[in-house]
Design a protein around this ligand. Structure first.
Ligand code: AQP
Length: 328
């Protein structure tokens, strides 16, 4: 069975973008692949995090995975920092990477732009991501556009290790989901919806109460026209809302256009809010049950225990091939 690995950073409240773009695919993949779904807290700290919020969000992301339908008996669900081999292999890969290739990473350029001081962790982030993937010799990595370059680097580092030391790593492939959705921000359709956006009106958080969802969607930016038409180049805001609608209501874009023909944006936005609320309500209910059951910690402990055997074997094999004197 092919192995799939992915993770989400506990760097804010998970959004509808994370759900549609990542978590819903995770739920499907667990039935056909051996899956590793992490809460990538070591990645989250590459930009400053409030300690209490980081702890809370880490548990929340894990509980959302479970509430969304990831079954911890089918998929490996764990916190990245609970398996210290991620950081260890990350360091080993940092020594194999070149400054030039890390400097070319567009995510580093974007996240460091205009900042006076940029953390070194943000710079070496892709070598830790390579370690996450190669630790379990994953075959497939679900990636959005913004992560494709990091996966290329992972492939380069795996190949470099194989040719410099010995053929050990499988070269992972990107997994592009059939329905690849990129949900854009509600206040600026040129930016993706992001959990670390300081303006909460720019995203729908998965745990937003129904009234907050209704309010955010009624205020979502549109354009000065009144036609509900899918045209990302000329009507990016409306097209983004239509993408969300289509996803939550299970209707095609053509059906949505036909339904709201000649009606303006008001009715469309109102119905959109109800579809989003109906999509998220069951998840929110399960989330509350899971959090109050106190089961998350045990599930995470078991998840980390289960993957540790593979992770420590990989690190041991890698160190042996690199020439480390191993403890006997
Ligand atoms: N707007 C989005 N539309 C579709 N998919 C999205 N993902 C994130 N935003 C959207 C997918 O969710 C996963 C989470 O990845 P991450 O936590 O490593 O960080 P990210 O991609 O940078 O997501 P955020 O929400 O924008 O986080 P911050 O603000 O912390 O950087 C990935 O699979 C991503 O494709």
């Amino acid at each position: 069975m092919q192995r799939v690995l992915s993770g989400i950073q506990p760097s804010g409240q998970l959004t509808l973008g994370n759900y549609i773009g990542a978590i819903q695919n995770f739920v499907k993949l667990q039935h056909t692949h051996e899956c590793f779904f992490m809460v990538v807290d070591l990645h989250a700290i590459t930009v400053p995090q409030d300690p209490a919020a980081l702890r809370e969000q880490s548990e929340a992301v894990a509980a959302i995975y479970l509430a969304a339908g990831i079954d911890p008996n089918k998929a490996n669900v764990f916190i990245q920092s609970h398996v210290p081999q991620h950081a260890e292999l990350g360091w080993l890969f940092t020594t194999l990477a070149y400054m030039g290739e890390l400097e070319r990473m567009t995510q580093f350029k974007d996240k460091s732009q205009g900042k006076d001081s940029v953390g070194a962790g943000l710079f070496v982030y892709p070598t830790l991501m390579a370690a996450d993937i190669l630790l379990y010799n994953a075959h497939l990595v679900p990636v959005g556009d913004d992560q494709k370059q990091h996966l290329e680097l992972t492939r380069d580092l795996a190949g470099r290790f194989n040719s410099r030391f010995s053929d050990y790593f499988n070269i992972p492939e990107p997994y592009i989901p059939k329905v690849g959705a990129r949900i854009m921000s509600l206040d600026d359709a040129s930016k993706k919806m992001s959990k670390s956006n300081p303006n909460p009106a720019s995203y729908i958080a998965l745990l937003d109460p129904p009234d907050v969802i209704r309010k955010k969607l009624s205020r979502a930016t549109t354009d000065s026209g009144r036609e509900v038409k899918f045209n990302p180049a000329e009507k990016p805001e409306v097209s983004n809302l239509m993408g969300i609608y289509s996803h939550c209501a299970g209707m095609s874009l053509e059906e949505i256009e036909a339904k709201y023909e000649g009606q303006g944006y008001g009715a469309f936005k109102k119905d959109l809010a109800e579809h989003v609320v109906a999509t998220l309500e069951p998840l929110q209910q399960r989330y509350q049950e899971i959090r109050s059951s106190g089961a998350v910690h045990d599930i995470l402990k078991q998840g980390a225990e289960r993957v540790t055997e593979t992770a420590s074997k990989t690190v041991r094999d890698v160190k042996e091939r690199m020439g480390f004197l191993l403890p006997r």
